[in-house]
Design a protein around this ligand. Structure first.
Ligand code: MTE
Ligand code: MO
Length: 386
C-alpha cells in the first residue's frame, strides 16, 4: 500500500493528493501503519546521561515507540533499594494487623483466585522532572487477582484506617534528624483507596510472569495512580490505625507547591498519589517530504490532544482508535506535510474528558512547584528538518 502511494507520489505529481487521501483514509488514524521506507528523525534534545543507572533502568526511548503495548524488554524499571530476586516456592503474602482473619497466601493460592487483567500506563512521578529522566513511562497488560475481595475475607476491623504494603527490597534510611536504620520499602493507601475494585495483586505482565525488575512474584497494580503506588516484590499487607509517614509517603515523593487562596500564598506539601494528565511527542517520521508526528497521552481519560509547531496555532491530533483501554495511554498522530528545512519545536497538550488542559510550563501549577515530582507540564521537543 505504502509503495503504491509512494509511486503515485513520484510518478503522478498532483494525483498524489488522491493517493494520499486514500492512504490516510485506510491507515491515517493508525499511528503505527508500518510504512516501509519510513525514516525516524531523532530529536535534537536528548536526555542527559543517567547518573543513577541502578535506580532508573531501561528508560523508554521515545523515537522507538512503535506499539501501544510496551514490550517487557523495553519497559522501564525503578528500584530505590536493591532489586530482590525472589524464589516463588518459598515466598508468600501475609495479611496482618487490624484484620479479623490474618492470612498467608502462596502464589498458587493467588493464582487460584479469580483472574483479572487491565491495560494500564505506569508513569514514574519523577518523569520529565529531571534532565536525564524522560522515559519513565510504559504501557502493559497486567494480570492478577483483585485485592478488595482478599481484604474483605481478611475482614478489616473498624479501627483500621491505613493499608500498608510492605515489600522485600530494603535499604538504609537517613532521617532529617540523622537517625539511620535499615527498612523495607513500603507505601500505603487509605482503606477506601485500597478497596477500589480496580486494584489487583498482579503476577503477570504482558502474558508472562512478572519480570524480576518489575516485581516478581507479586506487585500491586493500582490503575490511575502514579508508579510509586504500584509497589513491587510485595510480601505483607498490614492494616493499621495510624497514617504511615515513611520516606516514600512523607519525605520523598512529596510535592511542594505554592497555592493562592484569596490573594494569600499558601505553601502546600502533598504525598504523590493519583496520576496527572500528561502527553509527549514521541517521534517524527517521514517518507520523502511527508512528515508525521506521533505521540502519547495518558494520566487521565483523554478527550483530545493538540500539537503546536514553533509558535503556530494548536492543531488537533488524530487519536489512534485501534487500541483503547480506560487506563492506557492513547497514541495520537498529526501529519506535517512539507515542513520547511531548519530546526522546529514540537509541543503537545492533552485535554481530558472533564476539559482539563495539560498545563503549560508557565502555568502556576507547574511554575510554582518547587519539587520535581508530578512534572506534567507540556513537553516541547526540537527536531531538525533537512
Ligand atoms: N518495592 C518497590 N516497589 C516499587 C519501587 C521500589 O523501589 N520498590 N519503585 C516504584 C516506582 S518509583 C515506580 S515509578 C514503579 C515503576 O514500576 P516498574 O519498575 O515496573 O516500571 O515501581 C514502584 N514500585
Ligand atoms: Mo517512581
Amino acid at each position: 500500500m505504502q509503495n503504491i502511494r509512494r509511486r503515485e507520489f513520484i510518478a503522478k505529481g498532483s494525483a498524489a493528493i488522491a493517493g494520499l487521501a486514500a492512504f490516510y483514509a485506510t491507515h491515517g488514524a493508525n499511528a503505527f501503519p508500518g510504512q516501509s521506507g519510513e525514516e525516524i528523525v531523532r530529536w535534537l534534545d536528548q536526555p542527559a546521561p543517567n547518573p543513577v543507572p541502578e535506580v532508573i533502568k531501561n528508560q523508554l526511548v521515545w523515537e522507538d515507540l512503535d506499539s501501544w503495548i510496551t514490550p517487557n524488554e523495553k519497559f522501564f524499571s525503578i528500584a530505590h533499594f536493591n532489586r530482590p530476586v525472589i524464589d516463588a516456592s518459598t515466598w508468600n503474602l501475609e495479611i496482618s494487623g487490624l484484620v479479623k482473619n490474618p492470612m498467608t497466601l502462596t502464589l498458587a493460592d493467588l493464582k487460584a483466585r479469580p483472574r483479572e487483567d487491565v491495560v494500564f500506563t505506569i508513569e514514574c512521578s519523577g518523569n520529565h522532572g529531571l534532565p536525564f529522566f524522560d522515559g519513565g513511562v510504559g504501557n502493559a497488560r497486567w494480570a492478577g487477582t483483585p485485592l478488595a475481595p482478599i481484604l474483605e475475607n481478611a475482614g478489616i476491623l473498624d479501627s483500621g484506617i491505613e493499608v500498608v504494603f510492605w515489600c522485600a527490597d530494603e535499604g538504609e534510611i537517613t532521617r532529617p534528624d540523622d537517625v539511620k536504620f535499615v527498612q523495607n520499602f513500603a507505601r500505603s493507601m487509605s482503606v477506601t483507596e485500597a478497596m477500589d475494585p480496580r486494584n489487583i495483586l498482579c503476577y503477570e505482565m504482558n502474558g508472562v510472569p512478572l519480570p524480576p525488575d518489575n516485581g516478581f512474584p507479586l506487585r500491586l497494580i493500582a490503575p490511575g495512580w502514579y508508579g510509586i503506588a504500584n509497589v513491587k516484590w510485595l510480601k505483607r499487607i498490614d492494616v493499621r490505625d495510624r497514617r504511615l509517614e515513611n520516606r516514600f509517603m512523607g519525605r520523598d515523593y512529596v510535592t511542594l507547591r505554592e497555592e493562592v487562596y484569596d490573594g494569600e500564598t499558601v505553601w502546600v506539601e502533598t504525598s504523590v498519589g493519583r496520576a496527572r494528565l500528561a502527553s509527549a511527542p514521541a517521534r517524527v517520521s517521514h517518507i520523502g517530504s511527508d512528515y508525521r508526528i506521533v505521540g502519547a497521552a495518558w494520566g487521565a481519560p483523554i478527550d483530545r490532544v493538540e500539537v503546536k509547531i514553533d509558535d503556530g496555532p494548536w492543531m488537533l491530533a488524530t487519536i489512534d482508535p485501534s487500541e483503547e483501554a480506560e487506563f492506557a495511554w492513547k497514541i495520537w498522530s498529526l501529519d506535517w506535510p512539507d515542513p520547511p528545512a531548519g530546526v522546529h519545536a514540537v509541543s503537545s497538550r492533552a485535554i481530558d474528558t472533564s476539559c482539563n488542559v495539560q498545563p503549560a510550563m508557565d502555568d502556576p501549577s507547574i511554575a510554582t512547584k518547587h519539587t520535581y515530582w508530578e512534572s506534567n507540564g507540556q513537553v516541547t521537543r526540537r527536531v531538525q528538518i533537512s
